[in-house]
Structure formats: C-alpha cells, structure tokens
Design a protein around this ligand. Structure first.
Ligand code: G3H
Ligand code: 13P
Ligand code: ZN
Length: 349
C-alpha cells in the first residue's frame, strides 16, 4: 500500500471513534517493531520522525526504510509524519521527501525553545497549510506549549506553564485550516512528566473536553503521551540503570481523551524505555555477548510489545482493513474543491 494521507487516516479514526498512536522512529529496528505490532493487531499507524531523527538516520535512509515498510505491509495504512517541524523549510523538506503529513510546531520559535506569539504561530502555520494542502499533505499545528526539553526541543519548565486557552484554540483552527490540532494540557516530553500519579491539578483533561466541545469535529492530538509504566522503569533499574521515580500519562486518561476528540496520540518515551531495558538485560545477564543482533532482536521485540499494547488500548487495532488509500493527488484536489474541509465546525460557548 502506498503511504496514506494522515488526514484520511484521522478522518477514518473519527468515524470509528478510536485513536491512533503516532510512534517515533530513528532506525530500522524501531520501524520494524511498529510494523510487527501493526501486523499483529491489524492496525493503521502513524510513523513519525523528529528533526533529530532525520539528522541521526539521514533523511534518505529513514524514508527508504518507511517505503520498505509500506511495500512489505500492503494491508496496513501507514502515514509518514514530520514530528515537531520548527519552520516552513523543515516541513517543505519533509514534503519533498514524500512524507504524507507534517507538524508545524509554531508554538515555539524556530530555535525550538522560545515560545512564540499567537500571531507568529498563526502566520507560519497558515503558510505551511497552504503549501502542504496544495500537495495533498496533512498539517498538524500546535497551540499552547508542552513542558520539558527533549534533544534540545522544548520550552523547558512545567507542562502547566502554557496550557491551551480554548478560545485561542478555536481562533487558531479557524485561521490556519490545520487538519489536526495539538493542545497543551499539562504533559511534557520525556520520562519525567509527573512526580506522582497525575490528578486534575496537573493533567487538564477538563481543558481538553472544553476544547472538544467548542471544536467537535477537529482531530485533537495529545503529545507527551507516554505512560512511563513502572514495569519498564523497573527493568532498566534492575539491570544497572538509574531512573528516578516518575509517572507518565495514565492510559485511562488517554482513553478519556479519545472519547473527547483525540485522534492522534504521540508516544516515544515508552518505546525508548522498552528498548533500553531489553538491551541492558542482555548486557547484564550475558556480558560475554557482542553480536548486536543478540540485543537488538530482544529490543525490537520489547518495543513491538509496547506498541501492540497501545494500539489495542487506543482502539486502532482491527481497523487496518476498513478503507483503501486515497491517492495523495486526489487528496490535494479534495482540499482545492472543498470536499476536504479546512474550516472547523465551531460550537457556541
Ligand atoms: O518530540 C519528542 C519526541 O520524543 C522526539 O524526540 O527530538 O529526541 O527525537 P527527539
Ligand atoms: P513522550 O515523550 O511522552 O513519548 O512524547 C512523545 C511526543 O510527544 C513526540 O512528539
Ligand atoms: Zn511531541
């Protein structure tokens, strides 16, 4: 199956009332792990690469690996997405490679650190939307700022510093025409999100629900959605790791989000934890081993297990065969003739 438009994938998820995990990749083993899980659970899937991933793996290697995944798995819809694009040029280069979706994260300035103004965010996001839609490519925007810093990307600080304002979310969706809207509800990237199981004082599900009420047809995106399960932390620490006690986003909160308009759920850290734990275990138990396959295979399996669990929990499992891909050129026509709406339905307060 060719790579599919993320807009099509999310529209289908909305019809089916489920969420779709968007899993970060940097190498072949992570791509294979996602495809193993997608095949096992019959799930459509979003594969995403950050700027750091594109640099680490080199654009062409990474994109050819994704193409291989699509060729080897003709029954699975795969959208290839640029995660946290920091500028028009980053998004443009992803589109040139063949990514079917880009995130223009205009919540931060181009340095990926400094929060931008609302007007700056609208302007750069609108520019990406115009360019991408002409080419049939989906756009995710972000309003509000996540906490934490990952690989230099992020404003730092707490996830509570820049929670999304529902009125601004409405105006942003109207003025940009984005296909998917990432909102900040108190989560952060990385393993250290919360110092105890999050309650309503730190994870603002009420804000998410308020935004969904105002924008009932908009596909919402939850970033920083790793659950950081204790069992994955324990494996790392058992085999010589030094993770401090931490909590992530409970799966039941993500499921509440999915019942309230969340269609894309970003997960990276849980997979990083699974991979690291599996590799540490091999190193610890059999220090005489030195063939990378001896630790990369269990690492790949550990990641596939986490991804398959999330696919089932988010509800995308079993939906791979629900639809056939619409060619990206047809998607472009749809944006042009208005059959693919870019104006959100806005409900009164
Ligand atoms: O946005 C955060 C993702 O976990 C990607 O992280 O920028 O370290 O590749 P990265
Ligand atoms: P986590 O760090 O919680 O996995 O978040 C990943 C993410 O939001 C990627 O954009
Ligand atoms: Zn993110």
């Amino acid at each position: 199956m060719p790579l599919v438009s993320m807009r099509q994938l999310l529209d289908e998820a909305a019809k089916g009332g489920y969420g779709v995990g968007a899993f970060n990749v940097n190498d072949m083993e992570q791509i294979q792990a996602i495809m193993m899980a997608a095949k096992q659970t019959k799930s459509p899937v979003i594969v995403q690469a950050s700027r750091g991933a594109r640099q680490f793996a080199e654009d062409l290697y990474l994109f050819k690996l994704i193409q291989a995944a699509a060729e080897l798995n003709p029954d699975i819809p795969i959208a290839m997405h640029q995660d946290h694009g920091n500028s028009f040029d980053t998004c443009k280069s992803a589109i040139a490679l063949g990514y079917t979706s880009v995130m223009m994260d205009g919540s931060l300035k181009e340095d990926g650190k400094t929060p931008s103004t609302f007007e700056e965010n609208v302007e750069v996001t609108r520019k990406v939307v115009d360019y991408a839609h002409e080419r049939g490519v989906t756009v995710e925007g972000e309003i509000g700022v996540l906490g934490g810093v990952e690989d230099g990307h992020g404003a730092g600080g707490s996830g509570l510093d820049h929670i999304t304002d529902p009125d601004q979310a409405v105006e942003f969706a109207e003025r940009t025409g984005v296909d998917a809207l990432a909102i900040a509800i108190g989560t952060s990237h990385g393993a250290y999100k919360f110092t105890k199981k999050p309650d309503g004082s730190v994870l603002k599900m009420d804000i998410l629900i308020a935004i969904h009420k105002r924008l009932p047809n908009t596909h919402l995106v939850m970033h920083g959605s790793s659950s950081v399960p204790k069992d994955l932390q324990d494996v790392i620490n058992k085999y010589g790791g030094k993770l401090k006690e931490t909590w992530g986003v409970p799966v039941e909160e993500i499921q509440l989000g999915i019942r309230n308009g969340v269609r894309k759920v970003n997960v990276d850290t849980d997979n990083r934890l699974a991979i690291t734990g599996a590799i540490r275990k091999v190193f610890w138990e059999t220090p005489e081993k030195f063939d990378p396959r001896d630790y990369l295979k269990p690492a790949r399996e550990a990641m596939a297990k986490v991804v398959a669990e999330r696919m089932t929990e988010f509800g995308q499992a079993g939906h791979a065969g629900d639809y056939s891909p619409i060619a990206i050129t047809e998607i472009a026509k749809g944006y042009k003739d208005g059959t693919l709406s870019t104006q959100p339905l806005v409900a009164a307060k």
